[in-house]
Ligand binder design. Sequence first.
Ligand code: GDP
Ligand code: MN
Length: 371
Amino acid sequence: MKFFENVAKKVFNKEGIKILEGHVAYSPEEAVAICSEMGVPVVLKAQVLTGGRGKAGGVKFADNPGEALKVADEILGMEIKGEKVKHLLIEEKADIQQEYFLSISIDRSERRPLIMVSKEGGVEIENLAKTNPEKIIKYYPQPLIDFLPYEAREIARKMEVPSELIGPMGDVIWKLYNVFDKYDCEIAEINPLVLTPDGLIAADAKLEVENDALYRHQDLVNMLHYKKKAVDFVKLDGDIAVIGNGAGLTLTAMDMIKLNGGEPATFLDIGGGASEHVINQALNIVLNYDPVKVVFLNVLGGITKADDVARGVINALKQADREVHIVIRLTGTNEEEGQKLLEEAGIPYEISMENAAKKAVDLCNELKAKE
Ligand code: GDP
Ligand code: MN
């Protein structure tokens, strides 16, 4: 069974191989939220089980959340070698000085594992294998005895890496072999393993586990159960972003906007019990949606706590890189604390939904009159 890069990387990392900070996104909006939170620049990578994504346009970079939205939208609609892209891995962009190739597989004719490495890794590895096979170093470890760190260093030396890298490179090769052995792999591969100012990092990861051994690795299979989406987001035609907790309340807020002559730009339900983090994420999504002129945040705290909402709002506004016009209605659980936090941060709020909706529409009309 083949595993996606994001799962493979977690497994490699568990065995001590360095990876970059990364998060999975299922929609362009989620990609924006992740980028805003991580800071940029980032790399966005199609999660498919085939290789060659880079050449097929499935690996792209973004320098700001707006770019991330565009790029994520492009990649999520793609098909790579017949496989539809359903999710992305978003990582901080590595500052690459050199790309190496490390691969461990089963050589069936030799009936034992085969380690292959090269100091010329990256997307051209298949061509290199054809044109310059001598640049790929092969080593057959003894399957019945332990693969030892000195053997791994010997491989690194044959790779002709700079002398100060022989130790660290040997260490990664040894750890990758441990992954291969421990997880009953058919393939464990890092292409490229990249040299950065922070050392050697796995920038890609391939992991294939022998099907008959899967029952021993339920932990891997469990990692395939993806998390549920945190927010429900629908784009509409207007210019007032409506965010609420709970579908009913959000729909009511939209009706109130309409009643006052406004047009909603979004329906965004943050759900019950939304954390500070989710609020921050929701605001980042709408703030990166261009048609939005005014944000109407309508929260009636129940399981959702007003003070968490206030903290999420304050953080999101601090990080925003554009002027934000927001009208907040905040009441319910912990309202005193939440309202106090907003006051201290100099952010006005309303108690009544009717007043807040009217204020949002008026504000939007004012802004449009100025344009
Ligand atoms: P593959 O084409 O499916 O093997 O996808 P990879 O994950 O190997 O990415 C392809 C290529 O994109 C790599 O060989 C790198 O040259 C480049 N790449 C991937 N991640 C990064 C990154 O974080 N920073 C930079 N600068 N390049 C990257
Ligand atoms: Mn690769």
